[in-house]
Ligand binder design. Structure first.
Ligand SMILES: O=C(O)CCC(=O)C(=O)O
Ligand SMILES: [Fe+2]
Length: 317
C-alpha cells in the first residue's frame, strides 16, 4: 500500500457496476473498504454518471450564481422550513473559525409535494430561470448522483460482510440533500478566510463533483498531521463518509476532516450530494447495534447546531 500515501486512490466502479467476474466485484468492494479505513475519502471513475449530465450541472450553477443578489436572496434558505434555497456568502460559521465561510450555496432535496416536519421532506425552491437553464439539468444530476450514492452504500455494506439487500429497508424514501456551491476568487476573501472551514460531513455518503481543474479541497491526514490536496479531474467524483457512517461502522470507516481554500483568482464551483437514508431508519452497517439511533435523530443533532433551526422544528425531533 506504499504508493497510496500521498494521493487518494481512484477506484474504477465499472468493476462493480458491470463486473466481468465475481472476483472483479469483490476487488472493488475491498478497494473501497481499504480507502474508507485509511482516508475516509476516495475518488471514483467508471461511475455511470454521464459527462453531459456533469457539464449540465456546472452550467446550471453558473446560471444560478450569476443572478442578481436580490433575486437570489428572495430564495433564502433561512426562510424555508426545509432549508432549501439560497445561502449567501457569510451565512455559515463554525466554532473556532475567525471568519464565516466565503462560499455561497443553493440547496435542494427530494421533491415531495408538501412540507413534513421536522423538515427533511417537502417541495424545493427553484429560481426564476428557464427549465433548460437550471431545473432540468440540476434535477438530472440530482437523480444520477442519488443513484451513485446508493451504489456506494451497497459497496460499503458488503465491505463489512452484509448483504446489499439491507438497503431496501434502509432506503424506502431516503433523505438525499444536494448543496451546490460557488467559491469566490481568492482576492475576494479576507486573509485567513476559508471557502469552507475545516469540518466533517455529518451524515452518510457524500458524492462530490469539483469543477474540473478547480482545485481547493483538502483532506486532513491524522497520521501525517498534514492536509492532502484532492485533485480536480474531469469525470472523476470524490466520495467520502460522514459521521453517521463512522459511528455506525464502529469507527472502521473514517469520517475525515476536510476544508476548501480556493487559491485561484477565478471562482470555483462544486456540488455535494449527501445520501443519508430514511429518516426513521436505524444502522444498516451493524444490524445488531444496540443503540436505536435513527438517521433523523443523528441529522437533527448536527443540523440543529449548524443552521440554528427554529425551536418548533427541533421540538418535532
Ligand atoms: O466544495 C468542496 O470541494 C467540498 C465542500 C464540502 O466539503 C461540503 O460542502 O461539505
Ligand atoms: Fe464537507
Amino acid at each position: 500500500m506504499a504508493a497510496h500515501d500521498s494521493v487518494l486512490p481512484i477506484i474504477d466502479l465499472s468493476g462493480y457496476i458491470n463486473p466481468k467476474s465475481p472476483e472483479h466485484k469483490e476487488q472493488v468492494i475491498s478497494q473501497v473498504r481499504d480507502a474508507c479505513e485509511r482516508y475516509g475519502f476516495f475518488q471514483v471513475k467508471g461511475h455511470r454518471v454521464p459527462l453531459k449530465v456533469q457539464e449540465g450541472l456546472i452550467q446550471g450553477l453558473s446560471n444560478l450564481f450569476s443572478l442578481p443578489k436580490e433575486e437570489k436572496l428572495k430564495l433564502s434558505f433561512l426562510k424555508n422550513p426545509c432549508r432549501r434555497g439560497y445561502e449567501a456568502s457569510g451565512d455559515s460559521i463554525r466554532e473556532g473559525d475567525a471568519f464565516p465561510d466565503s462560499k455561497e450555496s443553493f440547496y435542494i432535496g427530494r421533491e415531495d409535494p408538501v412540507f413534513e416536519p421536522p423538515g427533511f421532506h417537502g417541495p424545493n425552491l427553484w429560481p426564476d430561470l428557464p427549465e433548460d437553464k437550471f431545473r432540468g439539468p440540476i434535477w438530472d444530476y440530482y437523480e444520477a448522483t442519488t443513484k451513485l450514492g446508493r451504489t456506494i452504500w451497497e459497496i460499503l455494506l458488503q465491505g463489512l460482510g452484509y448483504s446489499p439487500a439491507l438497503l431496501d429497508a434502509f432506503a424506502k424514501r431516503p433523505v438525499v440533500q444536494m448543496k451546490m456551491i460557488r467559491y469566490p476568487p481568492l482576492s475576494a476573501n479576507r486573509p485567513g478566510q476559508f471557502g469552507v472551514g475545516p469540518h466533517t460531513d455529518f451524515g452518510g455518503v457524500t458524492v462530490l463533483l469539483q469543477q474540473p481543474g478547480k482545485e481547493g479541497l483538502e483532506v486532513w491526514r491524522e497520521e501525517k498531521g498534514a492536509w492532502l490536496p484532492v485533485p480536480s479531474i474531469e469525470d472523476v467524483f470524490v466520495i467520502n463518509c460522514g459521521d453517521m457512517i463512522q459511528k455506525w461502522s464502529g469507527g472502521q470507516y473514517k469520517s475525515a476532516k476536510h476544508r476548501v481554500i480556493n487559491k485561484a483568482d477565478t471562482e470555483r464551483l462544486s456540488c455535494a450530494t449527501f445520501w443519508h437514508g430514511d429518516f426513521s431508519a436505524t444502522n444498516p452497517l451493524n444490524p445488531n447495534d444496540p443503540s436505536k439511533d435513527t438517521v433523523g435523530k443523528l441529522l437533527l443533532k448536527r443540523f440543529g447546531n449548524q443552521f440554528s433551526l427554529p425551536k418548533e422544528i427541533m421540538a418535532a425531533s
